[in-house]
Design a protein around this ligand. Structure first.
Ligand code: SF4
Length: 506
């Protein structure tokens, strides 16, 4: 209890919107990462509210401690935020997972909540472990050794179904009988393949924050979802497939969800500048003196009107995605953005007094060569003549449910070589931030791996490092010297064809 009193209670006291409820069915909603990361997840907050709206169900949150190793050494157990009870003391232990690299954190969270991480080692006396979130929709298979139930698709559709089954069932098998066969319900002890995705009807949207706190990564920001899904065809992106059909919410619908006390509002959506009401909502909010937060904006849709609204909403830097280092590779990704669009955005950002432009970039794309990197270096220098540039570079990680599923990961050596050249040539031109090529390789394995990758994570979660991952993956046959030229999941015939060798229209 002293951990709860010293570390968690101060966080709880700083929250607005916490739900305190007692009911016969206890659900723990865990996030396998720190409090500040979990509280910035809109999906996590929505599921928290929805479980608490269910009759007979009370949901409390739990997070991984800042230093899980020290916490484990001290022999402590994760408490829930609301009451400080042991997180594992519940009927349903639900987890929301956003990122592949949180795979080991899922195992740590189960372990530190007093449960055996492996599904087959748990029994009727343990809570049912349910895992959902973007990671499970992208690739649920590495989670099958740990989860009793995996949710594929929109969680909003699933909460009422699962709550009803909890109310109606006596045993764990009764529970599974009641939900078996429903869209989005994947029961690893019964099913081999993932089910049809659950898609939330429009009436359950928009998603919006339940709790606002200064201790979130998005400090004090109230989030509201402008749109789910994306109508654009970018081939690398999961937004179109993973978030289901594109569903826009009305401008006034969003405004109605924003409480009077909100001082900062974050609009959430895959391609916000395509959302028809961004300017209307932005103008209404800034006129009320509310600060705005938006994720990246498509460079081909930026105009002075939009930039003026964002500036009035307190944005200091503009963020856009190039996603590929050259014009021909942007075409290959069907991104629909040109270097001219990026230059125009840089000019608008300078003219309106933004302090800089942040550009997201991926390297290691299938047909990429040195000429593409030369083009990246050249247009970044041009952008930097206009405004201050920050370049966020990530290695390309091919994902399931995209046309790149069967493409190889470029390899650590290739990516590190290209990063080195970019750093050398742009060191004095732009602020550079890059994701480690080695961790991107681990991500690429998890993104397309099966249960054996989950078991490799289980073997190393107490002592995780790149070396430990390499050794564990070597032992299960992913011995490809930091390249992933294969996937361990069987490819549905005729559906996924590698685009790696596809001829480029240049
Ligand atoms: S990259 Fe952006 S515009 Fe393209 S599909 Fe994804 S969210 Fe939509």
């Amino acid at each position: 209890m002293s951990y709860w009193r010293n570390e968690i209670k101060p966080l709880l006291d700083a929250e607005t919107g916490t739900i305190f409820k007692q009911a016969p069915i206890r659900v723990t909603l865990a996030f396998p990462n720190r409090y500040s990361v979990g509280m910035a997840s809109l999906g996590y907050q929505v599921i928290y509210r929805m479980f608490n709206q269910e009759e007979g169900v009370a949901c409390e949150r739990a997070f991984l401690p800042e230093d899980p190793e020290a916490f484990a050494r001290a022999g402590q157990t994760i408490p829930t935020v609301e009451s400080g009870r042991p997180a594992g003391d519940c009927q349903l232990f639900a987890m929301s997972v956003s990122f592949e690299l949180d795979l080991t954190n899922i195992i740590r969270t189960l372990d530190l909540s007093g449960m055996h991480p492996l599904r087959e080692e748990r029994d009727e006396n343990d809570p049912i472990v349910m895992i959902g979130g973007p990671f499970t929709s992208s690739n649920p298979y590495p989670l099958t050794p740990f989860a009793d139930l995996i949710i594929i698709g929109d969680g909003e559709q699933i909460v009422p179904v699962v709550s009803e089954a909890l109310r109606e069932s006596v045993t764990r098998e009764d529970f599974f009988d009641l939900i078996d066969g429903m869209p989005g319900v994947f029961i690893p002890s019964r099913h081999v393949h993932e089910p049809k995705w659950a898609t939330a009807p429009k009436e359950l949207l928009p998603a919006y924050s339940q709790i606002v706190t200064p201790h979130s990564e998005l400090s004090n920001m109230f989030l509201v979802e402008a749109q789910r899904g994306c109508p654009r065809p970018c081939t690398f992106c999961l937004a179109r497939t993973m978030y289901g059909p594109n569903r826009n919410n009305g401008g006034d619908e969003l405004l109605e969800r924003i409480p009077d006390w909100a001082t900062k509002v974050g609009l959430v959506g895959a391609a916000l500048s395509d959302f028809p009401h961004t300017k209307y909502v932005g103008r209404q909010l800034t006129e009320r003196g509310i600060k705005l937060g938006v994720s990246s904006i498509r460079a081909d849709t930026v105009d002075e009107e939009l930039a003026t609204i964002l500036k009035a909403g307190g944005l200091r830097t503009f963020t856009v995605a190039s996603d590929a280092p050259s014009e021909r590779l942007r075409r290959w990704l069907k991104k629909g953005i040109t270097t001219e669009d990026l230059l125009k955005t840089a000019q608008i950002s300078r003219d309106l007094g933004f302090s800089g432009l942040k550009v997201y970039m991926m390297i290691g794309l299938g047909p990429e060569n040195d000429d593409d990197i030369t083009e990246l270096i050249s247009f970044t220098k041009d952008l930097a003549k206009v405004n201050r540039i920050a370049l966020g570079i990530s290695p390309f990680v091919p994902k399931r449910h995209t046309p790149h599923f069967a493409d190889p990961f470029a390899g650590v050596k290739t990516i590190e070589g290209r990063l080195k050249r970019i750093q050398k040539e742009l060191r004095t031109t732009a602020e550079l931030r890059n994701v480690s090529a080695k961790w991107a390789w681990v991500e690429s394995v998890i993104a397309r791996g099966g249960p054996e990758v989950g078991m490799a994570a289980y073997a190393i979660y107490k002592d995780e490092s790149i070396g430990a991952w390499k050794k564990a993956l070597d032992e299960i046959g992913w011995n490809d010297e930091f390249e992933t030229n294969a996937t361990s999941i069987e490819l549905p015939p005729g559906r996924y064809v590698s685009r790696h060798e596809e001829t480029l229209a240049v």
